[in-house]
Design a protein around this ligand. Structure first.
Ligand SMILES: *Cc1c(COP(=O)(O)O)cnc(C)c1O
Length: 381
């Protein structure tokens, strides 16, 4: 590409690396599986890599693409989303304090509670929809404010700019889990967050065939240096094949997310007013309490995550899931295939989720088919 031609993020991610193999003219990058990298006759490393637990070329190529998409100085890929979250928590010391949303990704909150108790770290919770509740729990000891751009499974939306102001005023860093709002639609670092996290298992890869996580930092800081060291020692880095698959998935992240958002909005609108549904929770609907924040912060679609509170209780909600013909009954989200799950069953006995809530992850199937499927299943409850 000519030096003065700067393509948009959408074009750049569609052709990650704008690659042409000088040896063969191949336009798809190869996978570099090497675990170790040679030194020259002066004992200097020949390239920028030493050993694969620290970093390797295919992983670094995917990291560079992610850093660019997020507007970040650097990005790190992990073998799972949770491994990235663990690395952030690992940086906190006894006596420090962190805050997190009361309703958030269940697995991440369980880990935070465990590490806080074992290590003597203060942990308090706030309501994602209410910046005042965040202001009430941060104080001088607060090192970290954890937020989720859109929280699971109510889809309340965090006002990232407001949260960043509150965190920074207290001298804390804001780290945002933006798994449900990929950089196609929201770029948390542009809005004031210091670090952004994604489960790459979800929208970034988008095909439900790899587990991964990513952390990206606005500008390197002490927390980031700690996170780098932790990955080096734990070996929680993503493997080269997964990094390659992730790049393949990311090439279509814009078209997938746009198609998913269009179908989801149609389905959400179609279900509002359905006699078998008590409420549709979707941030793209004006009836959602955080719709205005979503409009302000999501520039390219509201995504594919919604919850239905079906009329009745747990039995009706479960019957609805098993009556679906096209949606697959499974956990996870952000893939090309639509999924439905009874969320309380997935979270287990400590779950605070309403018994009549069913979580839907909309895929790229025909939106009319998906709506018809939901309607016929609702008829059977
Ligand atoms: C799935 C998910 C995670 C955890 O990521 P894994 O890839 O499953 O380890 C964290 N946050 C959110 C919002 C998620 O949906």
């Amino acid at each position: 590409m000519a030096d003065n031609f700067k393509a948009s993020p959408r074009s750049r991610v569609a052709q990650i690396g704008h690659f042409v193999d000088p040896a063969h003219g191949a336009i798809v990058p190869p996978i570099q599986f090497a675990t170790t990298f040679a030194r020259d006759e002066t004992h200097e490393l020949m390239g920028e890599f030493l050993y694969s637990r620290y970093g390797s070329p295919t992983v670094a190529q995917a990291e560079a693409a992610l850093a660019e998409l997020e507007g970040a100085e650097a990005a790190l890929l992990y073998a799972s989303g949770l491994a990235g979250i663990v690395a952030v928590c690992e940086a906190l010391h006894k006596g420090q304090h962190m805050v997190a949303p009361r309703i958030m990704y269940h697995g991440a909150q369980s880990w935070m509670r465990r590490i806080a108790e074992r290590r003597g770290i203060g942990l308090d919770f706030y309501e994602t929809s209410d910046p005042k509740s965040l202001a009430r729990v941060v104080h001088r000891e607060t090192a970290l404010v954890w937020g989720e751009t859109i929280v699971n499974p109510t889809w309340d939306v965090l006002d990232i700019a407001a949260a960043a102001d509150i965190a920074h005023e207290a001298g804390a860093l804001l780290v945002v889990d933006s798994t449900c709002a990929p950089p196609v639609t929201t770029r948390p670092l542009d809005l004031g967050a210091d670090m952004v996290f994604h489960s790459a298992t979800k929208y970034l890869n988008g095909h439900s065939d790899l587990t991964g996580g990513v952390l990206a930092v606005k500008s390197r800081n002490a927390l980031w240096d700690d996170v780098v060291v932790t990955r080096k020692y734990l070996g929680s880095i993503m493997a080269p094949f997964e990094a390659w698959l992730l790049m393949r998935g990311m090439r279509t992240v814009f078209v997938r997310f746009e198609a998913i958002s269009a179908a989801a909005l149609k389905i959400a609108r179609g279900l509002e007013g359905n006699g078998k549904v008590e409420r549709v929770l979707y941030p793209g609907l004006p009836s959602h309490p955080d719709h205005q924040t979503a409009v302000k912060q999501m520039s390219n679609g509201f995504g594919g995550m919604m919850s239905l509170l079906v009329k009745g209780g747990e039995a009706e909600a479960k019957r609805f899931v098993t009556s679906l013909k096209l949606f697959l009954p499974a956990t996870s989200l952000g893939g090309v295939e639509s999924l439905a799950e009874h969320r309380r069953t997935a979270e287990g006995p400590t779950s605070e989720v309403a018994p009549n809530l069913v979580r839907l992850s909309i895929g790229i199937e025909d939106g009319d088919d998906l709506l018809r499927d939901v309607e016929q299943a609702l008829e059977r409850i």
